[in-house]
Design a protein around this ligand. Structure first.
Ligand code: GLC
Length: 568
C-alpha cells in the first residue's frame, strides 16, 4: 500500500469521554426478535414466546448481550401487534404471562438481557379505552384520551385537517353515531385500527407510568419505544404544509406531529420511573429524524438512554457517506453523554442484504416487489451486507441486529399479493409493497417442515424454496457462512472490547475505502478495520487477520470486503 498515516480526527469525541458509567447498554449488541417470525412452538404457523425460550441457547452461542422483543401483547394483529389492546397481557397467539416470565428467567440465566417494545403513540381500536370513547359522547372524558375532532366542511364531511397516515391514505377516520348518523373523526397516524392517544391528557400519562412499572416489576431490562417522535402534536392540529415531498416517516420532521418539543418532557418523566429500579434499565427511542444531531436530542442525560441511529441505516453503500455518518454519530451522541448506536436492518426496512444493492431509492417502509425499479443482485447485496456488518460491529457504542441477518437472509421480493399482510399494502392498493418481505419466518433446519420454524410446517408468510441453503443448520457446517462470520465478529468484538473502544481514522487509502483503528486503550495495538468500497483490490498492511467478511488471500483486500486485523 501507499502512504499510510494514522491520524485521529480531532472532532471525534471517543465514546467513554462523556460517559458517566459502564452501563451494559453503552456497548451491548442487541438482537431484535420479531416474535411472530422467530420460532413457533405451538404449531400454528406464528412464532411465540416458548419458541423464543427454546432458542435462547442459539442466541447465546451467537454472542449477543440482549434481546429486543417486538410486541407480544394482546392485539387484533392489524399491524402485527403494534396495535395493542391490552398492554399488560400476552396475546394467546404468543402464549401467556407465565411463558413470558419463563422466557425472561431463562434469558437472564444465560446472561441475556430482555428489552420489550412499548407502543405509546396509539392503541388498538379494540383497547377498552377506545371502545369506551366510541360509546361516549363528543366532548366526554372518554373521548379526551384520544384525538377526536369534528370534521370540516358542510356536515363535517371533510377530515379535520390534511394529515396523511404513514401507511398511506388519510390520517383520520369518521365514526358513526349510535343512531347511524356520521359522527366525529379520530386521528390515526398509522392504520385506522390504531387511534392516537392525546398525550396532553394526564390519564394517558398515568396509564403509561403504570405500564412501565408493570414490566419493570416483572424484571425487564428496558423498553424500545415505538414512534418516540410522534406522541405530541402541534396545538390546534394545523394542516401539514410539507417542505419536502415524500414519506413523512423518512425523516421530514417539520410535520406538526413529528419531533414536537413536548415529547421530551414525557421521556424525562419515564427516565425518573426507570431510575427507581436497580440494574441499569434502559429506554431506546425509535425516532425517525433526518440527522444524528436531531436524534441525539432524545438521549440527553435525563431522557432516553439510546436512540436508533436511522441516519446510519439509511446511508447508502458509499465510503465517504458512511465515514461522515460515523464521524457525526461519534460526535453527536457522546456530546450528550449517550452511546452511539448502530443498526442496519429491522422489521420496517428492506433487509440490508438486499437494500445495499438496490439501485433505486426505497423510502423506509415502502418495501420492494417483483416490479420495483432497481432490483438488487442477490450476490452483490449479500457481499455488501457482510462487509457492512463487519464495519458496524467494530464501531464503539451499541449495535442492533435483526433476526435472520446472521443468516444473510435477503428481502423476500416475490411474495404473492394474497399472502401480504402489511397494512401499507392494503392502504395503498398495492402501490407500496410494505414490510412483509423482511418479516418472513426464519429457517432453522433445511430438511424440516417450514425449515424448522414450526413443527407442523405452517408459516404465516411463505418461505422461499432457496432458503434451504440458508438454514441455520447448513450454515453451522460451513466455516465461511454468514452465521460463522457473525459469531466470529461478536466473539472478537467482546475479546477486544470494541464496544467501548475509541476510533481513529486511518488516512491514505483513498476516498472509497473506510479505514480506522479502534481500541480500548488496554489493548495496545487495537483493531484495524478496513473496508474496500472502491472498484479494485487494495493492498493491506502486514498483520494478522482476525476476521474478514469474505475469504481472501490475506494481502489484497477485494472489492466490497471488510477486514479486522492486528496490524503491525
Ligand atoms: C413503528 C414500528 C412499526 C409500526 C409502527 C406503528 O414504526 O416499528 O412496525 O408499524 O411503529 O406502530
Amino acid at each position: 500500500m501507499t502512504s499510510q498515516t494514522t491520524s485521529p480526527l480531532t472532532s471525534l469525541a471517543p465514546i467513554g469521554e462523556n460517559s458517566p458509567g459502564a452501563e451494559w447498554w453503552r456497548t451491548a449488541v442487541i438482537y431484535q426478535v420479531y416474535p411472530r417470525s422467530f420460532a413457533d412452538a405451538s404449531g400454528d404457523g406464528i412464532g411465540d414466546l416458548r419458541g423464543v425460550t427454546a432458542h435462547l441457547s442459539d442466541l447465546q452461542e451467537l454472542g449477543v448481550d440482549a434481546v429486543w422483543l417486538s410486541p407480544f401483547y394482546r392485539s387484533p394483529q392489524h399491524d402485527a401487534g403494534y396495535d395493542v389492546a391490552d398492554y399488560c397481557d400476552v396475546d394467546p397467539l404468543f402464549g401467556t404471562l407465565a411463558d413470558f416470565d419463563e422466557m425472561l428467567a431463562a434469558a437472564h440465566a444465560r446472561g441475556i438481557r430482555i428489552i420489550v417494545d412499548l407502543v405509546p403513540n396509539h392503541s388498538s381500536d379494540q383497547h377498552v379505552w377506545f371502545r369506551e370513547a366510541l360509546a361516549a359522547a363528543p366532548g366526554s372524558a372518554a373521548r379526551a384520551r384520544y384525538l377526536f375532532r369534528d370534521g370540516r366542511g358542510e356536515g363535517g364531511d371533510l377530515p379535520p385537517n390534511n394529515w396523511e397516515s404513514v401507511f398511506g391514505g388519510p390520517a383520520w377516520t369518521r365514526t358513526t353515531n349510535p343512531d347511524d348518523t356520521p359522527g366525529q373523526w379520530y386521528l390515526h397516524l398509522f392504520d385506522s385500527t390504531q387511534p392516537d392517544f392525546d398525550w396532553s391528557n394526564p390519564e394517558v400519562q398515568e396509564q403509561f407510568r403504570g405500564i412501565l412499572r408493570f414490566w419493570l416489576d416483572r424484571g425487564v431490562d428496558g423498553f424500545r419505544v415505538d414512534v418516540a417522535h410522534g406522541l405530541i402534536k402541534t396545538d390546534g392540529l394545523p394542516d401539514h404544509v410539507p417542505a419536502v415531498d415524500g414519506d413523512s416517516m423518512g425523516g421530514h420532521d417539520e410535520a406538526p406531529y413529528w419531533a414536537q418539543d413536548g415529547v421530551h418532557e414525557i421521556y424525562r418523566d419515564w427516565h425518573r420511573v426507570l431510575a427507581e429500579y436497580d440494574g441499569d434499565r434502559a429506554l431506546c427511542a425509535e425516532a425517525w429524524l433526518p440527522t444524528v444531531d436531531r436524534t441525539a436530542e432524545w438521549v440527553r442525560p435525563d431522557e432516553m438512554h439510546q436512540a436508533f441511529n436511522f441516519p446510519y441505516l439509511m446511508t447508502e453503500w458509499d465510503a465517504p457517506a458512511i465515514r461522515e455518518v460515523i464521524a457525526e454519530s461519534l460526535r453527536a451522541f457522546p456530546a450528550v453523554g449517550a452511546p452511539a448506536t448502530w443498526v442496519l436492518s429491522n422489521h420496517d426496512v428492506v433487509r440490508h442484504a438486499s437494500r445495499l444493492a438496490l439501485t433505486a431509492e426505497n423510502p423506509q417502509g415502502h418495501g420492494i416487489g417483483p416490479d420495483s425499479p432497481g432490483q438488487p443482485i442477490p450476490e452483490v447485496g449479500l457481499r455488501r451486507a457482510r462487509a457492512a456488518t463487519t464495519v458496524m460491529l467494530a464501531l464503539p457504542g451499541s449495535a442492533y441486529l435483526y433476526q435472520g441477518e446472521e443468516l444473510g437472509l435477503p428481502e423476500v421480493i416475490d411474495l404473492p399479493g394474497d399472502a401480504r399482510q402489511d397494512p401499507t399494502w392494503f392502504r395503498t392498493d398495492g402501490e407500496r409493497y410494505g414490510r412483509d418481505g423482511c418479516r418472513v419466518p426464519i429457517p432453522w433446519t433445511a430438511d424440516a417442515p417450514a425449515y424448522g420454524f414450526s413443527p407442523g410446517g405452517e408459516s404465516w408468510l411463505p418461505q422461499p424454496a432457496e432458503w434451504a441453503t440458508l438454514a441455520r443448520d447448513v450454515q453451522e457446517q460451513d466455516p465461511e457462512s454468514t452465521l460463522w462470520l457473525y459469531r466470529t465478529l461478536l466473539a472478537t468484538r467482546r475479546a477486544e472490547g470494541l464496544g467501548a473502544g475509541r476510533l481513529e481514522w486511518t488516512l491514505g487509502y483513498g476516498d472509497d475505502v473506510i479505514a480506522f483503528r479502534t481500541s480500548t486503550g488496554s489493548v495496545t495495538e487495537g483493531v484495524t478495520v478496513i473496508a474496500n468500497i472502491s472498484d479494485a483490490p487494495i493492498e493491506l498492511p502486514h498483520g494478522t487477520v482476525l476476521a474478514a467478511s469474505e475469504a481472501f488471500d490475506g494481502a489484497h483486500l477485494p472489492v466490497d470486503v471488510a477486514v479486522w486485523m492486528h496490524a503491525g
